[in-house]
Design a protein around this ligand. Structure first.
Ligand code: NAP
Length: 245
């Protein structure tokens, strides 16, 4: 039997560090109860303790996004404990291209990347959709990237024109396609589905060379997770600005 929660409930995948942890913190600040998805529950618990120390409501859920068993267990927990999910932030991802280029990227790099960044996102979203439909205003945010944009990649004046890690970029382009397609399917429901480009952010993935800090990086996913009823769906944003597909 689901426990009624006065708080809105959000799940952030890969929330033990980086943009995911900061997204969890900012949602906590806005009064959400945050499920901190972490493939290593120990590191997830450390993140949860840091959020609780700041006065926020959070709990860890063990979630290796590529694990069907973990996805099912989390979906079951959400349905049983809360009976709804107000926001799903598909944040967990990997970038493992290294120096590989399109002419020589290894098959297993492409497959591992798509397993984590694309197939797992779809499977988790599908598993949680029944609970998201029970929310009065469900929000699904898919972490994308400027590197997902074929418009940017085709523009020689774009700052990252010469940076083309195929596996990562194509997995995020595919996430943009999922965003548009799912938003279309759900267009007559209150659910909004959007893609967030956080910008180039100082994290383990983004490196210290990045210009944005995690507070700035979490701004886009948090905004899209907390959109009002008149907000967009099926769109791709970076800090309030629509990005080219
Ligand atoms: P990060 O610091 O590398 O953190 C990634 C998070 O995802 C970690 O919690 C990691 O867990 C988790 N993760 C990876 N694979 C997972 C899996 N299979 N199952 C569960 N969790 C998994 O990266 P970030 O910079 O915060 O990136 C967050 C999101 O923003 C990603 O979707 C990324 O593509 C996107 N993004 C980042 C930048 C940037 O400049 N940083 C730019 C554009 C888009 P572990 O700690 O266990 O590895």
């Amino acid at each position: 039997m689901a426990t009624q929660s006065n708080k809105k409930v959000a799940l952030v995948t890969g929330a033990n560090k980086g943009i995911g942890l900061e997204t969890a913190r900012q949602l906590g600040k806005r009064g959400y109860h945050v499920l901190v998805g972490a493939r290593d529950p120990g590191r997830g618990q450390v993140a949860v303790e840091s959020l609780k120390a700041e006065g926020f409501s959070a709990e860890v859920v063990k979630l290796e996004v590529t694990s069907d068993a973990d996805r099912k267990a989390v979906a079951h927990h959400v349905a049983e404990r809360y009976g709804k999910l107000d926001a799903l932030i598909n944040n967990a991802a990997i970038a493992i291209d290294g120096d590989a280029r399109s002419s020589n990227v290894a098959d297993d790099v492409l497959r591992k990347t798509f397993d984590a960044n694309f197939f797992a996102v779809i499977a988790l979203t599908q598993a949680l959709l029944p609970s998201i439909r029970k929310s009065e205003a469900g929000r699904i945010v898919n972490l994308s990237s400027g590197l997902a944009s074929l418009g940017f990649h085709s523009d020689p004046s774009w700052s990252f024109y010469d940076f083309k890690p195929l596996a990562y970029d194509a997995s995020k382009t595919a996430i943009n396609a999922f965003t548009v397609h799912l938003a279309h399917e759900l267009k007559d429901t209150p659910i909004k589905v959007n893609a967030a480009d956080p910008g180039w952010v100082k994290t383990d993935m983004g490196s210290d060379a990045a210009p944005l800090n995690v507070t700035e990086g979490a701004e886009t996913p948090v905004t899209l997770a907390t959109l009002g009823p008149d907000g967009p769906t099926g769109a791709f944003f970076h800090r309030g600005k629509k990005q080219p597909w």
